[in-house]
Structure formats: structure tokens, C-alpha cells
Design a protein. Structure first.
Lengths: 142, 142
DNA sequence: CCGTATCCGCAGGGATACTG
DNA sequence: CAGTATCCCTGCGGATACGG
């Protein structure tokens, strides 16, 4: 059987996909991809990281204004979650009125880099997806 | 003011992050990242794509067996969603008993590639995250 | 074998009010 | 300013039963 270049790519990609699905012994005890996604796959985490990544640091309400539609409660919850995972650093200044600054840690920055790759994919392929949806909707009419 | 390499990186990264957050006119009418994440950020989409990407094609129940814990209903719903976005192709064979095969489209494969980058990040940094969580938990005791 | 239909529990997350 | 506390509601997704 002749192996084409396309087949070779498929095999390589398949191996990479399988590798991600395997559960290593790493102290989390879950497939890392699922684990990370459970954290940052929620409604606000990615957005928070992107906004924090676009400047050096932001105060609580500055960030709140930038993330359109987020409630005070959810910003608190989201930031606490990101802080727990070591992606965001929280610094409190002993002033009146209080001032709290958030910024990405180096770990958070490395995640941002990975996310930007992903974001680029989303931007590049958005038209194709829109087209696919339209085609699917049209086919459902029949 | 002297610009260090680190600062330069931060600026570059910040620009990239901002770019992703901007809403282009692309027929979707939303920030693409949020849009894509709303689709594949759910409980099963990513896993389905990874499993479909690790072989050429899979029948419904084959895939069901591989994705641990998924219900019949959610596999149907997930696959339909991925099909709608043009990420997965569905082929029905006119046989008895029925046979349906699913495989990634070329668009789906390109998404898989982006996801693998992300998966690698997750695998590499899983220990750091576990450590951060432990540190945070320890700090909360005090 | 490959779905769809129906029911339902529960967690994510919004709105509002209140504190240090 | 930067959070907590409380209430409540929606919708994701599991279980089960049924259909082509």
C-alpha cells in the first residue's frame, strides 16, 4: 500500500492527538487538557486573561469595565480561580480607598501565548465556520 | 526610558491579545475567540475532536466507547454541533442495520492542530499548576 | 445501530444588597 | 474601591424510554 503525504500527516497528527488524550502521572490525576479546559473553558477566564495580557496590570474595576457584561461577582470568582492556578497575581496596596492590582504571572503569560495561537486560528477560520453554518441551515430546510 | 527585552515581549504580546479581542466584520458578529469557545468549550467537543483526530473515521458507537462517560444524547448533540460548524463530516450508509461514520473535515483537522499546541502547553505546565494550587491551599490555612 | 423525545437535577452565573 | 452574602433562575447535561 502506498503511503501518501496526506496519510503521513494524518498518522502524525493522530499520534499527537492520542498523546494528549493519555493520562500522565503528573499530580493532577486527570487528562491535563480536560483539566485546563474545565478551568479556563468557562465564560470569563479566557477573556480575563486576554485583557490582563494586553496591559501590564489592571485594578479590579478597570478590568471590570473592559470585560463587557461581567458581573462583580463573576469577576471576583474568575480572578480567584486564575489566582489559584497560578495564572494571575493579586497585589493589595494598604491604602484608603483600597487598591488591588492584577497581572499575569509568567505562567499566565505562557498560557496567553498558547491562546493567541488559538485565537489566530479562530480569526482566520471564522468565515469558513460562518459559511458552514449557513450551508447546514440551508440543508435543513430541505 | 530604556526598553528591555522583556518589555518588548510584553508589548508584542499585548498587541496580539488586543487584536484577538477586537471584533472584526466577519459574518459572525462576535469576537471569534468567544464564539469558538462557546462552541468547543463545552464538556465534550474537544474530546470528540481529539478522538476523531486520532483515527481516520469512527462509527457512532465506536466513538461512544472511546469517550469515557459520555451519554448517547450528548454524543449526538455534540456531533451535530460540530457538523453544523463544518468541523466534522457525517456519512450515512444505506444499510441494515444502519451505519454512520464520522470524521474530521479539513477545517476540523486545522482546529485539531491548534488544539494540539494547546494540549502540549497543558501537558508541559500541569505540574506548575498543581504546585500553584497546593501553594494557594496552604496559604489559605493561615 | 443510531438516533429522538421527555423528564429532571443541579451547578453556573446574574441581580441586588450589604461591609471593611 | 473591592469585595462578600444571598437569592433565584436558566440551561447543560444525565437517565430513561421509545422509534426507524
Amino acid at each position: 500500500m502506498k503511503i501518501t503525504i496526506a496519510d503521513n500527516q494524518a498518522v502524525t497528527l493522530g499520534a499527537a492527538a492520542q498523546k494528549i488524550l493519555t493520562v500522565p502521572e503528573n499530580g493532577i490525576g486527570l487528562c491535563p487538557v480536560r483539566d485546563i479546559l474545565d478551568r479556563i473553558g468557562d465564560k470569563w477566564s479566557m477573556l480575563s486573561i486576554l485583557h490582563l495580557g494586553s496591559v501590564e496590570s489592571l485594578r479590579f474595576n478597570e478590568l471590570r469595565k473592559r470585560i463587557d457584561g461581567i458581573s462583580q461577582r463573576m469577576l471576583t470568582v474568575t480572578l480567584r480561580s486564575l489566582e489559584t492556578d497560578g495564572l494571575v497575581a493579586r497585589k493589595v496596596y494598604a491604602e484608603v480607598p483600597p487598591r488591588v492590582e492584577y497581572r499575569l504571572t509568567s505562567l499566565g503569560v505562557s498560557l496567553l501565548e498558547a491562546m493567541i495561537e488559538f485565537g489566530n486560528w479562530a480569526n482566520e477560520h471564522a468565515p469558513q465556520i460562518a459559511q458552514a453554518r449557513a450551508a447546514f441551515a440551508a440543508k435543513e430546510q430541505a
